[in-house]
Design a protein around this ligand. Structure first.
Ligand SMILES: *Cc1c(COP(=O)(O)O)cnc(C)c1O
Length: 405
């Protein structure tokens, strides 16, 4: 990478990201190329965004065709791709209606606003608290960072938006203790992605749904990361055998173009009447066309079966590494949302992977996170395991006391 781009980035762009010194210039499938021509195997997919791989031909075709036809007209008018996408999303989910926006945070913001409005319409003004989980992640706008149960996201931006109460994830008694007469909703991720890849205990979501029904609370699932095939079913909550009242989507929906969606049942959606909520760009024809093309592939049952099979295969191979290296503590995953918990910090392995031509990520200090494009093949998985094996072997050599000294 040239020093020039680094210096210019530093000079002209807010330094809100700790960037890795690589400048990518091209992508295809599970491969990326940097500006020196070096090739990388991508097991991050733009953080669970490019699920169909980079520049998937069908998504590219939708973008190219619509870029030359109609890009934006405003939601004051009807556009065909938006309505077709909404029909498809409701056909494929519990939801009856959708609201389109431009990011995960905005989708969650819309869900929080709708929960408050619905509760006010139905129960009066005093009921507006939302129970969220410790270690959750819901976004960086003021309301969504207030909803996020991690102080590192909130620090410096106080006062927080009022009305969020945090409970331990995976604990029904903790949610019960957090509920008061002011509570209107519970908001939760099916798997905590940014919080270190925490999976729900069997039956947790069924109990949570029953509790919400009993107390007249809305259940909002944040599927911004888990949605659209990532865990091996189109939506992760399907595996918990529950129907939420609201769901949010973003990351993978348009395979890299920005889009967020808030979905709800007819019962709840009526509280957003004309003029109550809006966004200029939401669901425009270009991005909606890309999302339609993506959704057609992501929702295919054969595609989803392959995600589950390749996920299982990947986890088996990671278990193999766990058996060989004592600092590898646990493999956890569902579909192709997979974490490797280490007993030591993971950042240097991310760096070493990059040097050897693989892009991975580390969350919560010690969890290596793998969210490859869902089209990843067994040969790609084998290659990544080989790279990890090499790196882990070096680590063992470095930490093992020298024999003949
Ligand atoms: C990424 C993420 C968000 C935020 O999405 P943005 O598009 O970055 O605003 C919200 N919730 C979850 C679970 C996420 O993984």
């Amino acid at each position: 990478m040239s020093d020039d781009i680094k210096a210019q980035c530093r000079k002209y762009i807010f330094e809100t990201y700790a960037r890795t010194p690589v400048a990518f210039v091209r992508g295809e499938g599970c491969r990326l190329w940097d500006d020196t021509g070096k090739e990388y195997l991508d097991f991050l997919a733009g953080i669970a965004v490019c699920s169909l791989g980079h520049c998937h031909p069908e998504v590219t075709r939708a973008i190219v065709e619509n870029a030359g036809k109609l890009v934006h007209v405003s939601n004051l008018f009807y556009t065909y791709p938006q309505v077709q996408l909404a029909a498809e999303l409701t056909r494929l989910s519990f939801a009856d209606k959708v609201f389109f926006c431009n990011s995960g945070a905005e989708a969650n913001e819309a869900a929080i606003k709708l929960a408050r409005k619905y509760s006010r319409d139905r129960f009066g003004p005093d009921r507006f608290h939302v129970v969220t989980m410790k270690n959750s992640f819901h976004g960086r706008t003021l309301a969504t960072l207030s909803a996020t149960g991690q102080s590192k996201v909130q620090k410096g931006f106080e006062p927080l938006v009022e009305g969020f109460v945090y409970a331990d994830f995976n604990s029904i008694p903790a949610v019960e203790a957090a509920i008061t007469e002011k509570t209107c909703a519970v908001m939760v991720e099916p798997v905590q992605g940014e919080g270190g890849l925490n999976f729900p205990a069997p039956g947790y979501f069924r109990e949570l749904k029953a509790l919400c029904r009993e107390r007249n609370l809305l259940l909002i699932v944040d599927e911004v990361q888990t949605g659209l095939g990532r865990t091996g079913t189109l939506f992760a909550h399907e595996q918990e055998d529950i129907k939420p009242d609201m769901m949010t989507l973003a990351k993978a929906i348009a395979n890299g173009l920005p889009m967020g969606v808030m979905l709800a049942t007819d019962e709840v959606s009526g509280s957003f009447s004309p003029g109550t909520h809006a966004t200029t760009f939401g669901g425009g024809p270009l991005v909606a066309s890309a999302a339609l093309a993506s959704l057609r592939i992501l929702s295919n049952p054969d595609f989803l079966r392959k995600v589950r099979e390749n996920g299982s295969y990947f986890m088996e191979r990671l278990e193999g590494l766990k058996n060989r290296y004592s600092f590898v503590k646990q493999v956890r995953g569902r579909g192709l949302l997979i974490g490797l918990e280490l007993g030591i910090p993971g950042a240097r392995f991310v760096q070493k992977c990059l040097e050897r031509g693989a892009v991975i990520n580390c969350t919560h200090e010690t969890v290596l996170r793998f969210v490859p494009p869902l089209i990843v093949g067994r040969d790609d998985i084998d290659r990544l395991i080989e790279i990890l094996d090499g790196i882990f072997a070096e680590e063992s050599d470095e930490t093992r006391p020298a024999l003949n000294s």
